[in-house]
Design a protein around this ligand. Structure first.
Ligand code: DLL
Length: 433
């Protein structure tokens, strides 16, 4: 077992909570003094920094949401003068203004440290050759992983997303041992390998560190089988820092949240009531050591379950279950909540089905219609029509029993659905167009 910083990663819960309390208090003072919009929220709630004396007092503080970031676009939530900001990242912002995040030099140092810790927890070391195919640019994936990999002392190949044939050539020629990208892009690379006649077992690739989008356990198995690697999940979001908020260890039984920097809660997304350990709800994170953009009680929109038990790896930091979806990706079909990852999980257990799918939601009259488009393998596709129909009906039955809602299944030919080099698009909701 290797750790990047055993003292921090394995500190006793008692010690950790003392550290968190101190850091929370400091963050609240800084926010109250330097972030006018948050001060106003605190004033409205009748809370002063002196009221926050323990972790239990966290619940007194107002939440922060994506809307707060948008309303204060671009820099109004920054707690430092622009002269101290050395990096700015931003979300793609498909609807409305993008969210903008800033970092001081110390923030970048902490982020790099946390990313080095994350890579190490997923088995990477200074001997690794890390091909970083997360997009470089405003997205936090590319540069976030890059700085961490350098800090770790690994050899980084900053390949960024795209140009898939070249990615594979680099993997072959530079002896890549660790691949970092979205899980959907990893599968796309595999398809390209097959087309180029490259056999994954002839590569040096040992592991992959995948995140930035939801992926099911069955998708993990599929990627591990196809690429013949160990696949680890990494979680993060730009508003909190970027990748490196949480990472799996060798046990692959939940992602350890870097609790020395992030204080987490899980709430009921509707009532905002704080839930107990083990209950599923929305993850809320306070980023208490960030200088440029400290965050108190940020509502991530991501649904998960927390687990405080000490892990077999010895790390004491709380584990979050792999995020199976965020409230925005959830589609409500006739009152039933459906996450793309639930569909994925069912599909990948059916032989002949490829790990490429799309949910298309439409409305006919007053009725919601969910169509699941599924790619089938070449072999299946060239089979008799009757067999295809049987497969379609089988998929429909499996989906309907897992989701509890009627589904239309459309089998499509291999490579029919658009491939992604970053975050995959899994849902088209025509009701919203
Ligand atoms: O996706 C940061 C990142 C980069 C994480 C590279 C991991 C690897 P954003 O673009 O701000 O930041 O998107 C954040 O992506 O709220 C989740 O909904 C989703 N997400 C991130 N990691 C995972 C994961 C980056 N492992 C949003 N599983 C988050 C499921 C994930 N969803």
């Amino acid at each position: 077992m290797s750790y990047w910083d055993i003292e921090k990663e394995c500190m006793s819960r008692n010690e950790l909570e003392l550290l968190q309390t101190r850091r929370l208090k400091e963050a609240v003072y800084r926010m109250y003094a330097f972030v006018q919009p948050y001060k106003e929220k605190m004033d409205e709630a009748g809370i002063k920094p002196d009221d926050i004396n323990s972790l239990a007092d966290l619940k007194l503080l107002p939440f922060t949401t994506k809307k707060d970031l948008r309303d204060n676009y671009p820099f109004n939530l920054f707690a430092v003068p622009m002269g101290d900001v050395i990096r700015i990242h931003s979300s793609s912002g498909t609807t409305g203004k993008p969210t903008v995040v800033g970092y001081t030099r110390k923030d970048i140092d902490i982020w790099s440290e946390l990313m080095a810790r994350a890579l190490c927890s997923a088995g990477a070391s200074k001997r690794s050759v890390i091909q970083n195919a997360y997009g470089y640019g405003l997205f936090t994936g590319g540069l976030g992983v890059h700085y961490g990999a350098e800090k770790l002392g690994a050899s980084v190949i900053p390949s960024s997303g795209g140009n898939t044939k070249r990615q594979i050539m680099l993997m072959q020629d530079f002896g890549t041992t660790v691949l970092t990208c979205t899980p959907s892009y990893a599968l796309f690379m595999y398809e390209e390998m097959l087309e180029m006649g490259v056999k994954p077992e002839e590569l040096q690739l040992k592991s992959g560190i995948f995140g930035a989008e939801p992926w099911s356990e069955n998708m993990r198995k599929e990627i591990e089988r196809c690429l013949q690697i160990d696949a680890y999940a990494i979680y993060g979001l730009s508003e909190i820092i970027g990748p490196g908020v949480a990472i799996e260890c060798a046990s692959k039984d939940g992602l350890h949240i870097a609790e020395d920097h992030f204080i987490v809660e899980v709430i009921d997304p509707i009532t905002e009531e704080i839930l107990s350990e083990g209950e599923q709800g929305e993850l809320v994170i306070s980023a208490v050591t960030k200088e440029a953009l400290p965050m108190i009680r940020y509502r991530t929109g991501d649904l998960t379950v927390l687990n405080k038990e000490t892990c077999a790896c010895g790390r004491t930091h709380i584990r979050m279950q792999k995020v199976l979806g965020r409230s925005d990706d959830m589609v409500i079909i006739r009152g039933v909540n459906v996450f793309p990852s639930m569909v994925e999980s069912v599909l990948l257990q059916i032989p002949g089905v490829e790990p490429h799918y799309l949910l298309v939601v439409d409305r006919q009259g007053t009725l919601d219609i969910l169509e699941v488009q599924v790619e089938v393998s070449e072999l299946v596709f060239s089979d008799e029509v009757r067999k295809l129909e049987e497969l379609g009906a089988h998929i429909r039955r499996e989906l309907e029993s897992a989701l509890g809602v009627a589904v239309k299944v459309r089998l499509v030919e291999p490579k029919f659905l658009e491939r992604s080099e970053g975050k995959a698009k899994r849902v088209i909701d025509k009701r919203k167009l």
